[in-house]
Ligand binder design. Structure first.
Ligand code: GLU
Length: 472
């Protein structure tokens, strides 16, 4: 779906907020403050291309809310980047962080460009220049504003950002906390790469385990055998598909910009990823049907549809033709407010972005904590726990006069690694937030899970203003 000139993503987000605010009793001025983008930095900078010519790039960093510091949110490299989009995405970060209780304000950044048309050398130059522009204006720093990956960026870009920032801040011991989503070798954390997709899986798994809700949708409980179509095979799409498949779901379709593939018996996600890497296209995958117009795939038969690419994908135009019973928003803003109304009337359960893709920022929070403390999770207590567990196991073996097999004993004794702890924190966050949102939905008798999620987030942000006495 193209972003037409009259489409405003930021207006869409605010429409969702207004709808939720009607169910709260906060003063209008407070809601206005919550909705406002506090700081908007738009800048241009020149780059010298490999052929010797120059090009001026348009770039942004928006800090939507500083009610918690630092502000947090990804950096997007895409042709669609504009002020409206960055504002919308930064606002979503504020609500997302509040909802999952991650103590950051929302921010987002972007450069208007197609990352695919630049060499890695050029991308490095552009990323370092973008970072130094942010440094000049104090729009980056572990206590100020902490970027992360988004569409078109990944661990490699985050490493360049961290390295550039550190060069300008040689005396800051926590400098690596200026950005998250870094490679492990550059002070990243285990599990960050797969965090958003794993969070999508955890949220969907929670949803399909509620029998009452599945009965209403005419679905059985559990992910086993559920037919899933995923739009987008980037970081979020790939990891959502892979982890859902690991949990027994059938990934029947994957859509990318060059087209889509479909196999009702299920695609092998890892193998399809290799196929795309080797042939540079998702199309012509063994035993799968090619779908030339990948937008069409959103309308094909499935239980769960996961749009995990960009905003404005399910609109009033195609919403009536959607067949999925559950839509899990892996991307930010894939369903417009008008489309959501149509889907709700059709009885579709829409699990909103601000909840479902919050796994990324949740693990970013863990990475930032690791960078501030300068110690990896598990380093101090893993072995201590193992020794303790071993003593308990040995005492039980002695008292019961039994000897456990080596495998069982190993499992019981094992201390938590960084990866175990990160995944456990992620699961705890996704599971408890799901039930908080669902309980609000039931208590307020709402049809939209998004409205319930916004209510939880707005209440939490409002408290941080009210407790400061800003709105007595
Ligand atoms: N870009 C991701 C998002 O939209 C991650 C943000 C972060 O980790 O700060 O949630």
């Amino acid at each position: 779906m193209a972003n037409t000139p009259d489409y405003s993503f930021y207006d869409d987000v605010n429409q969702f907020v207004d709808k939720a605010a009607m169910h709260t009793e906060h003063p209008a001025g407070l809601i206005e403050q919550i909705k406002t983008c506090n700081s908007i930095y738009k800048f241009n900078f020149p780059i010298k291309l490999e052929d010797g010519t120059y090009k001026v790039l348009e770039a942004y960093r928006v800090q939507h809310s500083q009610h918690k510091m630092p502000t947090k949110g990804g950096i997007r490299y895409a042709e669609t980047v504009n002020e409206d989009e960055v504002k919308a995405l930064s606002a979503l970060m504020t609500y997302k962080c509040a909802l999952v209780n991650v103590p950051f304000g929302g921010a987002k950044g972007g450069i208007k460009m197609n990352a695919r048309s630049y060499s890695p050398q050029m991308l490095e130059r552009i990323t370092r220049r973008y970072t130094s522009e942010l440094i000049k204006k104090n729009f980056i720093g572990p206590a100020q504003d902490v970027p992360a990956p988004d569409y078109g960026t990944g661990a490699r870009e985050m490493a360049w950002i961290a390295d550039t920032y550190a060069a300008f801040a040689p005396n800051q011991v926590n400098a690596s906390g200026c950005v998250t989503g870094k490679p492990l070798s550059q002070s990243g954390v285990q599990g960050r790469t797969e965090a958003t997709g794993t969070g999508v899986m955890l949220g969907l798994r929670e949803a399909v385990n509620v029998k009452e809700d599945m009965d209403e949708l005419g679905l059985t409980t559990g992910l086993e055998g559920k037919k899933v179509i995923v739009q987008g095979f980037g970081n979020v799409g790939y990891w959502s598909a892979k982890t859902l498949q690991d949990e027994g779901a059938l990934i029947v379709g994957i859509a990318e910009f060059e087209g889509g593939v479909y196999n009702e018996k299920g695609l092998d996600v890892e193998d399809l990823f290799r196929h795309r890497r080797d042939t540079k296209s998702i199309l012509n995958y063994k035993d799968a049907k090619n779908v030339e117009n990948s937008n069409e795939l959103l309308e094909w038969e499935c239980d769960i549809l996961v749009p995990a690419a960009l905003e404005n994908q399910i609109t009033e135009e195609n919403a009536p033709r959607i067949k999925a019973k559950i839509i899990g928003e892996g991307a930010n803003g894939p369903v417009t407010p008008e489309a959501e109304n149509i889907l709700i009337q059709k009885g579709v359960l829409v699990i909103p972005d601000m909840y479902l893709n919050a796994g990324g920022v949740t693990v970013s929070y863990f990475e930032w904590l690791k960078n501030l403390s300068r110690v990896s999770f598990g380093k101090i207590d893993k072995r201590y726990d193992e020794l303790n567990n071993l003593r308990i196991v040995q005492a039980i073996e002695k008292a019961s006069n039994t000897t456990l097999s080596e495998d069982v004993r190993k499992n019981l004794v094992k201390g938590a690694s960084e990866r175990d702890l990160v995944l456990s924190g992620l699961a705890e966050t996704m599971i408890s937030a799901y039930h908080e949102v669902r309980n609000t939905m039931k208590r307020k008798n709402l049809k939209s899970m998004r409205t319930a999620a916004f209510i939880v987030a707005i209440d939490r942000i409002a408290i941080s203003y009210l407790d400061l006495g800003i709105f007595p």
